[in-house]
Ligand binder design. Sequence first.
Ligand SMILES: C[S@@+](CC[C@H](N)C(=O)[O-])C[C@H]1O[C@@H](n2cnc3c(N)ncnc32)[C@H](O)[C@@H]1O
Length: 308
Amino acid sequence: MDQARSWNDYWLGDEAMSATQRASELFRDSWREWLTGVFSDNPKARMLDAACGAGAVTREAIAVAEGMKAEPDIVCVDIAPAAIAKLADAPVTTLTADAKALPFEAGEFDVLVSQFGVEYAGQEALSSMGRLLAPSGRALMIAHMANGTIAKECSDNLHVLQTLIETDIVSKVSDVYMALTSTTRAVDEEVEAFREAAEKCGAAAEAHACPARDFAVQLFADCSNVLNNHQAYRPEDMRPWFDGQRQAIDAYAGRMNDMLKASLDEAQAQSVLEDWRRQGVEQCSVTPITLEGDSQATAWRFEARNAA
Ligand SMILES: C[S@@+](CC[C@H](N)C(=O)[O-])C[C@H]1O[C@@H](n2cnc3c(N)ncnc32)[C@H](O)[C@@H]1O
């Protein structure tokens, strides 16, 4: 599945808004403080939220601006039309576009923001953001960090998901179900194959306390329910259900892989700054963000500022 399609499916599903909520809560204070400073300097700033999703940062910007009677001109861009659709009620201009090829002029924005966003389009896309910053412009971007706490959670999730994929656990459940419903013969062979796969998945989930473990536990509960009550379900309904479960596992693993690929190590983070400087950005920095109670950093905070 291509990147745009898989993100769009993500925004059509239930998980995206709870992830947005979590990210909003983590960084709300930082965004509010920074945006307050930015809008007091320039109440009519033209702002770009790159890879905006459902607008977690944009919603903060709107709230901050309303509170201080600022009137920024906000442009939100994302590759997924389903994400952009969630901003239909917001007083912003929206655009569905790949952050690798944004149709904006150099120096077009007074404010550039992104939260776990533009790096998904690749390091070069993040690097090319410097070009868009106007004189006196300011940028704040929170980006995924290689080996940070979120990346570690992604790796744990991937271990669990890869075991579900490698054991093809859903097909094993489907085989037991089909054997139970379509024949009168013993189903020992299918049950044995399922048990073997389930043991491997259980061990992987046991070893990694992460959200994919909860996902696997729910999958097992749903599958057990289907097997225990197989007479209540019709094979023609169950085939698409099993396909859907396999697709959900693949999509989840795909997102975790994308997130790990998007994560920047120290050298890559520094190289983004060098590119911004080459594009004429006057002051820029990158610092690790460590959340309260964590011993390890979670993300990179990129900041930039142009002189007048
Ligand atoms: C983890 S979400 C973050 C969304 C939002 N910034 C937030 O804080 O909630 C990553 C976003 O990047 C978008 N995205 C992924 N690849 C992209 C690309 N190449 N160009 C533009 N947006 C992209 C996805 O659709 C998704 O909305």
